[in-house]
Ligand binder design. Structure first.
Ligand code: ZN
Ligand code: ZN
Length: 380
C-alpha cells in the first residue's frame, strides 16, 4: 500500500526511535511551514488583497482560507510581523528548532535583545516565556482608575479622557475592538479610515447600543430621506448616498427610508420590503449566524434580499433572504453576487466575477511522500 507510488510502513511497524524521529520531523516541518505561511500572509496583508474577498482583515481572511480558529490565525500573522524586526529569532524559527508558540511568546518579551530571545525560545516552553513576560509588567493599582468627559468649544465637541487597570480595561477594550473592527472601509475608496476615526465610531456605536438595549437589537432605526424621482438619497445630515448604500438601506428594515417628492414626504419605503417577524424568526432558525463564508456573527444581523427588492423585484420570501452581519451586508452591496439556494449551499462571487472559495485543498502527494513518509492506515 502506497500513499504515492512508494511503499511506506504503518505506524505500528515503527520502533520507538523511528516514531520519535517522525514526531520531531513532523513538528519541525509544522514550525517551518507556519513560518513561511506567516511570511506569505504578511505579503498578502501589505497588498491588501484580502479586501477583495470581503474579509475585514488579514486575520479573518486567514481564518477562512486556512480553516483556522481566530487565535491560530492571529498567532501566525502577529508572530510573522514581530519576527520582521528580530533576525536572530527568525533564523531559529526558520530552521524548525522553535515552534510557532515559542516564537510568539518570545517575541512578546520586552527589553530583551534579539540574540537573547533566540536563546530563550529554544530552551523554554511557551508557558514559561509567557510568565516571564507577565512578570516584567507592573499592574496599575485600582485607585488609579479614572474617567471623565466634558463639552468643549462651546458644546461643539465632547472630550473624553481616562485610564483603567488592565483587568477592567480588558472589558472596555474588547467591546471597542470588536465594534471598531466592524467599521467597514470607505465604500468609495475601498480604504479603511484611520484607526483613531474608526475607534471614535466604535465608541458612538457602543453608546447607542447601550441606549437601545430595551428594543430588538436587530432593528435600530435610522431615518434616511429618499428622493422619489430618481431613488437617489440623502442622509439626514444632507450627504449624498451612493446607490449601493441605498440598495442596502432598502434591503432590510434596520434603516428606514422616507420617500420624498417635491410636495414633501410621501411614504416610508415600500412596506413589503420589511421582513415580518415570522419570516425573520424562520430566517434566524435556518441561518444560525451571518452566512458569509467564514463569518459567525450572530448580533446585529440583517436580512439581505439575494435578488434585490427594488431593482430586481426580489420577493421578501425565505427563499430569497439570507442572514448577513452589518459588515458583510455592506460588502455584498458593493457588487457581489450570491447564487444557489439559501436553504442549502450558496456560492459567493466577487465584483470581478471570481468565486470566493474556502479551504486549502489537500497536500500534494509528492510533498506527502517526501516529508511524511509513513502511511496512516486505520487506527488499531
Ligand atoms: Zn442587502
Ligand atoms: Zn458577516
Amino acid at each position: 500500500m502506497a500513499v504515492g507510488d512508494r511503499m511506506f510502513p504503518m505506524f505500528q511497524q515503527l520502533n520507538q526511535e523511528e516514531l520519535e524521529a517522525l514526531v520531531d520531523r513532523a513538528a519541525a516541518l509544522i514550525s517551518v511551514t507556519q513560518f513561511h505561511l506567516g511570511r506569505a500572509l504578511r505579503e498578502i496583508d501589505r497588498r491588501e488583497t484580502w479586501m477583495a474577498d470581503g474579509a475585514k482583515g488579514i486575520v479573518e481572511w486567514t481564518q477562512t482560507r486556512c480553516g483556522y480558529e481566530r487565535r491560530t490565525a492571529r498567532t501566525v500573522v502577529e508572530t510573522a510581523e514581530a519576527l520582521e524586526l528580530l533576525p536572530r529569532l527568525t533564523e531559529v524559527v526558520k530552521s524548525g528548532a522553535v515552534s510557532l508558540d515559542q516564537a510568539s511568546a518570545a517575541s512578546k518579551l520586552e527589553q530583551r535583545e534579539d540574540v537573547e530571545l533566540a536563546e530563550l525560545a529554544q530552551t523554554h516552553a511557551p508557558s514559561a516565556l509567557r510568565r516571564m513576560a507577565a512578570a516584567t509588567r507592573e499592574p496599575l493599582p485600582p485607585e488609579s482608575r479614572r474617567f471623565s468627559w466634558g463639552w468643549i468649544h462651546d458644546g461643539a465637541a465632547l472630550r473624553l479622557s481616562g485610564r483603567l487597570p488592565a483587568d477592567e480595561g480588558q472589558y472596555v477594550a474588547a467591546a471597542l475592538d470588536r465594534l471598531r473592527d466592524d467599521v467597514p472601509p470607505d465604500p468609495e475608496t475601498g480604504m479603511f479610515q484611520p484607526a483613531e476615526q474608526r475607534g471614535a465610531d466604535a465608541l458612538v456605536e457602543l453608546a447607542s447600543l447601550s441606549l437601545q438595549q430595551d428594543s430588538d437589537p436587530d432593528r435600530a432605526t435610522v431615518v434616511v430621506h429618499v428622493d422619489a424621482k430618481d431613488l437617489s438619497a440623502e442622509s439626514e445630515s444632507g450627504s449624498r448616498l451612493p446607490p449601493a448604500t441605498l440598495d442596502r438601506i432598502l434591503c432590510d428594515s434596520t434603516l428606514q427610508a422616507m420617500v420624498e417628492a417635491e410636495s414633501g414626504t410621501v411614504g416610508i419605503g415600500r412596506r413589503s420590503r420589511v421582513v415580518p417577524h415570522g419570516i425573520r424568526r424562520a430566517l434566524h432558525s435556518r441561518d444560525a449566524s451571518c452566512r458569509f463564508p467564514g463569518c459567525a456573527r450572530t448580533r446585529w444581523t440583517h436580512a439581505h434580499h439575494i435578488r434585490e427588492w427594488v431593482r430586481d423585484e426580489g420577493p421578501t420570501d425565505l427563499d430569497n433572504l439570507v442572514r448577513l452581519c452589518g459588515y458583510h451586508h455592506r460588502v455584498i452591496h458593493r457588487g457581489w453576487k450570491i447564487e444557489g439556494s439559501p436553504g442549502g449551499r450558496l456560492q459567493w462571487f466577487r465584483p470581478d466575477g471570481r468565486e470566493l472559495t474556502i479551504g486549502t485543498g489537500a497536500l500534494p502527494t509528492d510533498l506527502h511522500d517526501r516529508f511524511i513518509g509513513v502511511q496512516a492506515g486505520p487506527a488499531p
